[in-house]
Ligand binder design. Structure first.
Ligand code: GDG
Length: 732
């Protein structure tokens, strides 16, 4: 088994050595590479490949070949993107649309069609590179982050049985925010992600947001986080990313770091050290943090000259306007605060716009008394976890924004709302007052948690879950008709002398449509029925539809029609007959009164009147409202009908009320099934279970959909039903 990791960036960037003009690798930065890179580095027996952009746009063929060949040594495969592609794809759709929108900055979100089109074609480019290197039978593909949300489905179309995981490293926003994306884009994005077998997020909140988007935009309900997307199970799961705990705690104990910590302490002698480090990004709340610190100094002048804020801002996405603008604002704000409070021998803010090397970063984590992590929105935030892991003496306090995913795990931090300058300032004051013993207790608890749930657990939990969902799919798949079963059915069909084929209509022969009236049989379907009849078969259509509709649709065919789930039936060239006389219909008025109350409350729902039953349709109603509304209506009806011979049946987006004596179980008598030595019955809903129950032992019963059933087999959808029937029709 090999894991193929796919992310926008490779774990290394290619840079040209100015002296030698040779290509060099430099480790790339950011949360994704830190965490997954830790896993690939440590797992020496791991077979893996990493696919992504190599950090530079290269046009020269020879350079491309050289880079490709040297990257192979570190299991990496480049996707070369031109500057134009990077501009529209990365700086454009990724960082001007998805990044701000998913972090709840709709006012600075661009909705640019060209950029979206480029996003799509870059996802296709990743597909092409993947296709060149993967082994679909053995590889597990793990796609990462918001740059590649369309890729899982693109891959799925090419490789239906490939194991694909997708993980989103940023928040998945609330429905109302996601809705801001144009309808076509948001649908393609949801479908793109659903191409995976497991879609992972950092927190339950993001999972809920995603599930809600699936329900509202695709009408997909979930069962304990599993959705059924056209017969394929997809798990939506919470997998909070973590860090290589030991790497941080061990590095903290190295002589270099220990000395560096001493140096920092002596440099900032007698001052409490506040520390923060993030990529330059408006989501990280750097400005709010500065204003919070300013507020603190203003209201706690006794701390002047006794406290310092060391703030590291790592350059990032320099090409995007909002980043340049924010950089200017940060510079100005720091200048202003330093100007306001500095004394001859003290400045309150020490600012570095550059990255630190790893050991220095750990030294600063260790040397600081208070770590300030104040994002306005952050998928997880690894810096918070790294600070905790690095604290060898366990002294220190973490101030953490409630908008970071990590706030769900690091409960012993001082949790603040980053939009409030006062809360940040108060938190600094509180942190300074926390006694040492309490600091130790708090950090110890968080360390215990992160050391257990480290990045290795994160990867193995994710891969286990991926494996589990693939197993469930295979289990489900084994119920489905495959080629072997098809051959068996055809052979029984050919051997038999007298054959009957019993078919439900909606959801079996034709797909569901928005309105029941529009689910007309196509010319092809009528032709198929003709062919089946010509091959000397008896064909019966057993439907919940009324008799007029069935007769109108199939009147020129020598077919047996059974309407209203077995209440009426009609043999070719005869008139309709009633299965059972004297059925009491007095209940209808009272039921209709109840149903009318509910149609008023659920826009899009409507009532269908049949002779013996009444149907409440809600396919076109708001899917989320229906989710709570239908159980209420169902409960109301069940109570009302207790101790009567009426029953409420829950079908595909309908509730049907009918006497329990009427049902598809009546077909045994209507069709005189004993006459036949081949009986094939196909149906898709609860009423068809009544039919499967009573058919002879040797009947071949098939349920459309993945639902567990009394039928012997399952088949995916009406399209496949029609294909199976065509095969039978052409077998003779
Ligand atoms: C995304 C999501 C999610 C930073 N400065 C330096 C440096 N770093 C390292 C940190 C940390 C990483 O970069 C930053 O990770 P974060 O999680 O804080 O943030 P993003 O880069 O925005 O990551 C985020 C993450 O993906 C993982 O899923 O947590 O929410 O936005 O590891 O240490 N490392 C060094 N010098 C620096 O100056 N050596």
């Amino acid at each position: 088994m090999r894991i193929v990791i796919v992310s926008n960036r490779l774990p290394v960037n290619i840079i040209k050595d100015k002296k030698t003009n040779n290509n060099k690798f430099q480790k790339s930065s950011g949360g994704l590479v830190t965490s997954i890179g830790a896993y690939t580095e440590k797992m020496t027996d791991l077979s893996y490949a990493w696919i992504g952009w190599p950090g530079v746009s290269i046009t020269n063929k020879q350079d491309k070949e050289e880079i490709t060949s040297s990257l192979k040594d570190i299991h990496s495969y480049p996707v070369f993107l031109s500057e134009k592609e990077m501009d529209k794809f990365y700086l454009g759709f990724c960082n001007r649309t998805i990044w701000p929108l998913f972090h709840y900055f709709p006012t600075i979100t661009d909705f640019n069609k060209d950029q979206y089109e480029e996003y799509k074609s870059v996802n296709v480019k990743f597909l092409k590179t993947l296709s060149e290197i993967i082994n679909p039978q053995e590889d597990i593909i793990w796609i990462h982050d918001y740059h590649l949300m369309l890729l899982p489905n693109l891959l799925r179309q090419e490789y239906p049985n490939l194991t694909i995981g997708f993980f989103l490293h940023i928040p998945f926003p609330a429905y109302e925010v996601f809705q801001l994306l144009p309808s076509k884009w948001r649908l393609e994005i949801l479908e793109g992600m659903l191409g995976a077998d497991l879609v992972g997020f950092h927190t339950h909140e993001y999972v809920d947001n995603f599930l809600r988007a699936l329900l509202r935009f695709k009408g997909l309900e979930n069962n304990f986080g599993i959705v059924n997307d056209k017969g394929r199970l997809v798990k939506i799961g919470t997998h909070p990313i973590s860090i290589d705990y030991l790497k941080f705690s061990n590095t903290s104990k190295t002589p270099f770091v220990v000395n560096k910590v001493k140096e920092i302490h002596s440099q900032f002698n007698n001052q409490k050290i506040l520390f923060s480090v993030d990529r330059l990004d408006y989501t990280k709340g750097i400005l709010n943090r500065l204003l919070g610190f300013e507020h603190f100094l203003e209201h706690n002048p006794n701390w002047i000259q006794r406290i310092v804020l060391i703030i590291i801002v790592v350059p990032s996405r320099i090409g995007v306007y909002h980043y340049q603008q924010m950089k200017r604002q940060i510079d100005e704000t720091i200048g202003r605060i330093n100007g306001k409070f500095s004394t001859v021998d003290w400045i309150p803010i020490v600012y570095k716009f550059d990255s630190l090397d790893f050991e220095n970063l750990i030294a600063f984590y260790n040397a600081s008394d208070i770590m300030l992590v104040t994002p306005l929105r952050d998928g997880m935030n690894l810096v918070a976890k790294e600070f905790i892991a690095s604290k060898t003496n366990k002294e220190g306090v973490l101030i953490l924004s409630e908008m970071a995913g990590s706030a769900k795990e690091l409960l012993e931090a001082i949790i603040i709302n980053p939009n409030s300058v006062e809360e940040i300032s108060d938190a600094i004051k509180l942190a300074l007052d926390i006694p040492k013993e309490e600091q130790i207790q708090r950090i110890e608890k968080m360390q215990n948690r992160i050391s257990r749930y480290n990045v290795f657990r994160w990867v193995s939990d994710y891969l286990n879950e991926l494996n589990k969902i693939v197993l469930s799919q295979n289990q489900m798949e084994s119920q489905f008709i495959n080629e072997k079963v098809e051959e068996k059915i055809i052979s029984l069909y050919l051997k038999s002398k007298k054959r009957i084929i019993i078919l439900d209509y909606d959801g079996t022969l034709v797909e569901f449509t928005e309105s029941p009236k529009s689910a007309l049989p196509t010319k092809e379907l009528i032709h198929l029925m003709h062919t089946l009849l010509q091959s000397n078969n008896v064909v019966a259509i057993v439907s919940g539809r009324d008799k007029e509709t069935l007769q109108h649709w199939f009147e020129n065919l020598n077919i047996i029609l059974i309407a209203e789930h077995g209440a009426f039936y009609k043999y070719p060239n005869t008139s309709w007959r009633l299965y059972q006389n004297n059925i009491d219909l007095n209940w209808k008025k009272a039921i209709n009164n109840i149903l009318h109350l509910y149609t008023d409350r659920l826009p899009g729902s409507f009532i269908e009147e049949k002779t013996f039953s009444t149907v409440f349709h809600y396919r076109n109603a708001d899917s989320e409202t229906s989710l709570s509304f239908i159980p209420e209506l169902n409960g109301h009806l069940q109570n009302f009908l207790a101790n009567t011979n009426l029953k409420v049946y829950k079908g595909n987006k309908i509730l049907e009320i009918k006497p329990s004596s009427i049902g598809k179980h009546n077909i045994v008598e209507i069709l005189n099934l004993k006459e036949y030595d081949f009986c094939l019955a196909i149906g898709d809903d609860y009423t068809d279970e009544d039919m499967f129950k009573v058919l002879p032992e040797n009947a071949i019963t098939i349920k459309v959909g993945e639902i567990s059933t009394l039928a012997k087999y399952n088949i995916k959808n009406p399209h496949q039903v029609r294909k199976l029937l065509e095969k039978l029709a052409n077998a003779i």
